[in-house]
Design a binder for this molecule. Structure first.
Ligand code: NAD
Length: 420
């Protein structure tokens, strides 16, 4: 196979996810039919959304909604606004959501959505129109008991609020359980905004215990300074770790003595951009290879590949982003005895608290921040331990162990329903 083709295959997030699902189902002893069911979403909708722009012109945006498997319950997953969104990526992301739901034992399957657009170049009103247009386009297949969206890259609680309002107007009743990641006043949950980073922090703490690393004084590098990365930087800083590197889409900052996280948080914009304010920056590539104890990719896919996996200095890599490490790089890191906590476990805090939000919406009774955090802590610690133990007893890497646990409930539910 030509070098270029080989690389394209390795960075194809759908193909690599499918290959691990296949391995996981084989290890669990399921027949090939189960893999045939699991390898693609059961439903994939592509929509075209006409939007009147501020200058009076009309632009047609393309959006997607993937529903991977609804054998366990309604599907659930975020909506991404990004110029590089593709159908394949949305499919892979929906499969990862199914796995996360299985790992943290939620009554959901996975879903995911995306719109090809660049919100950084759109006005507030244009963003509102595209958000509402998307909901109108997918309204037939979503709903509180069908498929429940949430925020993801470049979407936030304001966008969830517009989407909720549009859905409630279409259905002619208020349906807070239609979407999660909402503002508190519209039925959002305490702790949702920082939930992904909280979950990652718990995974870092558990992984550090296994590696005998003290969080206090540990050197941490975080790629991405958006929702996941910035809260994480704050939590690590508050726990006494030294955050020596952070980055955004435009570059990275490095200080071996530790960055001033509170200052950076204060100066970042709503898209997680902060490095533009500094003259002395390094590249994202250099950031990943910095000398540190803990490395957290919290931005986008395919950042740790066969090209740089040998250069990673950290002893622990915790994937806050979805799909930041290729399968070949996973193999190299595992061989080098670097403890890799996979995305489907590490970033499951977001969907866990989204589930708590949905439960609170359904019962109309709301929990305190302490209650939410206590429940999240128990879920994340238990899930980490299950996966770590399985990886040791079955002598498989943490990713495969996570996939085995993530896929099992969905496979069992599909079998009981008589689908396979
Ligand atoms: P966000 O939009 O808030 O922030 C993204 C960050 O990544 C920004 O700092 C941006 O500048 C940076 N970035 C974008 N392109 C980049 C590039 N090419 N190189 C380096 N940095 C780049 O997004 P988020 O919600 O923090 O999500 C980040 C990752 O975490 C994604 O993979 C997402 O799927 C995953 N995740 C997020 C949540 C959540 O609840 N927010 C939950 C689970 C997983």
């Amino acid at each position: 196979m030509a070098e270029q083709e080989k690389r394209a295959e390795q960075t194809d997030v759908l193909a690599s996810t499918q290959s691990v699902i296949k391995k996981a189902l084989d290890k669990l002893g399921y027949p090939d039919e189960m893999y045939e069911l699991m390898k693609e979403p059961i439903r994939m909708l592509t929509v075209r959304i006409p939007v009147r722009m501020d200058d009076g012109s009309t632009r047609i945006f393309t959006g997607f909604r993937a529903q991977h498997n609804d054998s366990v319950g309604p599907t659930k997953g975020g909506v991404r606004f990004h110029p590089n969104v593709t159908e394949k990526e949305v499919k892979a992301l929906s499969i990862w959501m199914s796995l996360k739901a299985g790992i943290v034992d939620l009554p959901y399957g996975g879903g995911k959505g995306g719109i090809i657009c660049d919100p950084r170049e759109m006005s507030f009103r244009e963003l509102e129109r595209v958000s509402r247009g998307y909901v109108r386009a997918i309204s037939q297949i979503v709903g509180p008991t069908k498929d429940i969206p949430a925020p993801d890259v470049f979407t936030n609680s304001q966008i969830m609020a517009w989407m909720l309002d549009e859905y409630s107007r279409i259905r002619e009743f208020d349906s807070p359980g239609f979407i999660t990641g909402k503002p508190l006043v519209l039925g959002g949950s305490h702790g949702r905004e920082s939930a992904t980073a909280k979950g990652v922090t718990i995974c870092i703490r558990e992984a550090a215990k296994k590696k005998g690393i003290d969080i206090e004084g540990a050197r941490v590098v975080i790629q991405g300074f958006g929702n996941a990365g910035s809260f994480l930087a704050k939590f690590m800083h508050d726990a006494g770790a030294i955050v020596v590197g952070i980055s955004d889409a435009y570059g990275a900052l490095y200080d071996p003595e530790g960055l001033d996280i509170d200052y950076l948080l204060d100066r970042r914009d709503s898209f997680g951009t902060v490095t533009k304010l500094f003259k002395e920056t390094i590249t994202n590539e250099e950031l990943l290879e910095l000398d540190c104890d803990i490395l957290v990719p919290a931005a986008i896919e395919n950042q740790i590949t066969e090209k740089n996996a040998h250069e990673i200095k950290a002893s622990i890599v915790v994937e806050a982003a979805n799909g930041p490490t290729t399968m070949e790089a996973t193999r190299i890191l595992t061989e080098r005895d670097i403890l890799l906590v996979p995305d489907v476990l590490a970033s499951a805090g977001g969907v866990t608290v989204s589930y708590f939000e949905w439960v609170q919406n359904n019962q109309g009774y709301y929990w305190t921040e302490e209650e939410v955090e206590g429940k999240l802590e128990a879920v994340m610690v238990g899930s980490f331990e299950n996966i770590y133990k399985l990886s040791r007893t079955r002598k498989v890497d943490m990713r495969l162990a996570a996939y085995m646990i993530g896929v099992r409930k969905m496979a069992e539910a599909s079998r009981f329903r008589g689908w396979v």
